[in-house]
Design a protein around this ligand. Structure first.
Ligand code: ZN
Length: 363
């Protein structure tokens, strides 16, 4: 039961509002997800450009209202200078916008955006700190612009067009160098009170374990990511274990060059040691998902990111570990665990679609 702290009056609890609507007179800015109904009501079929800014490359595409990419372009990420990144965005929009009527532009990047999708609070790969990126870009592009966390964008895309369609309580996990996390709950990207929810990769799963770049030790992403797979494979190879023969041969004995991607390739080709390494990562994945299910009770986990090319080699051990560690197992329905459907373009598709459904609409 809800009880007020001593000395405070008990008052009525706020009524739940399933879908917060804003007045539709004048120009109204809608928050992530809120615009979807409006968008459907208006039947807007406009095109949007999605831009996914990674640490090494910028991928962009023209995306239609069904999530199809009509045209694509790529650039290298031009260092960390915010002005240089803005310039690349402007160039990509100009290039891709030729011959299309573009309604809005969505930008997905690693980092934290404010709740309005206008300011980048922090981005790990870029020098954005409290950067009012939307204002700058709207002035340059003369179109509505929305900023989204890359994992949020990918989750939105999977919910709208991919493996998460129809799921009211969806959690998406992106396994790359680290772990990206995002939730789409009741048709909205759930971003927490301050817009920084979903940092599942930094749940501490092994106190005192491997050091994480966030500063803590034992974070989940140190055990269930592409980087973790590469690290464990290097340790195995350097131990000169005979089971690592094929792994060593694949890199010509240069253990420094072993990556998660190489291990995945070897595993898919049948190498037993690489399969064992992926099996271990899958078990860590399932354990972390069980923790998330205890907290969030989703209907479905969608697993995306580069590591997913391992397919069932990764997901089967994750499902087993999830079933073994789920709290209340046997007495509760359990969430499904599915591979993502949209591949590496999920981020740009989701950023484009979020910008279309969440940006300024005219009443
Ligand atoms: Zn961490």
């Amino acid at each position: 039961m809800y009880a007020p702290p001593p000395g405070e009056q008990a008052g009525p609890l706020p009524r739940p509002v399933p879908w917060r609507r804003r007045p539709t007179t004048g120009r109204t800015r809608l928050r992530h997800g809120e615009g979807l109904r409006e968008h459907l009501r208006l039947g807007r079929k406009g095109l949007a450009i999605g831009i996914d800014i990674g640490g090494t490359k910028v991928a962009a595409g023209v995306v239609d209202a069904e999530g199809r990419i009509l045209n694509e372009a790529r650039r290298s990420t031009p260092g960390t200078d915010p002005r240089a990144v803005e310039q690349v965005i402007v160039e990509l929009v100009e290039e891709l916008g030729r011959g299309h009527r573009i309604w809005s532009v969505g930008i997905g990047a690693a980092g934290w955006m404010d709740l309005d999708g206008g300011t980048v609070l922090f981005s790990p790969h870029l020098a954005w700190r409290n950067e009012p990126l939307r204002k700058n870009l709207q002035n340059l592009l003369r179109r509505p612009v929305l900023l989204a966390n890359d994992a949020d964008a990918a989750a939105w895309a999977e919910w709208r067009f991919g493996a998460g369609q129809g799921e009211a309580r969806l959690v998406c996990i992106t396994l790359g160098t680290g772990i990206g996390g995002a939730m789409v709950m009741d048709g909205r990207v759930e971003r927490g009170r301050f817009g920084v929810a979903g940092e599942f990769g930094h749940q501490i799963i092994m106190p005192g374990g491997h050091r994480c770049e966030c500063g803590n030790r034992g974070c989940w992403e140190q055990y269930a990511s592409g980087n973790a797979l590469g690290r464990e494979a290097r340790i195995l190879a350097r131990a000169n274990s005979p089971v690592a023969q094929d792994l060593l041969a694949a890199v010509g004995g240069n253990t420094d060059t072993i990556t998660g991607a190489i291990v995945t390739e070897l595993a898919l080709a049948g190498d037993a040691a690489s399969r064992e390494l992926i099996d271990e990562v899958g078990e860590w994945l399932g354990l972390g998902l069980a923790n998330l299910a205890a907290a969030l009770d989703p209907g479905l986990f969608v697993i995306g990111g580069g590591l997913c090319s391992a397919g069932d080699l990764l997901v089967e051990p994750a499902r087993k570990a999830f079933a073994r560690n789920l709290t209340g197992r046997g007495f509760r329905p359990a969430a499904g665990i599915q591979l993502a459907a949209l591949g590496p373009n999920a981020g740009l598709i989701g950023a484009a679609d979020l910008s279309r459904v969440s940006s300024r609409v005219r009443a």
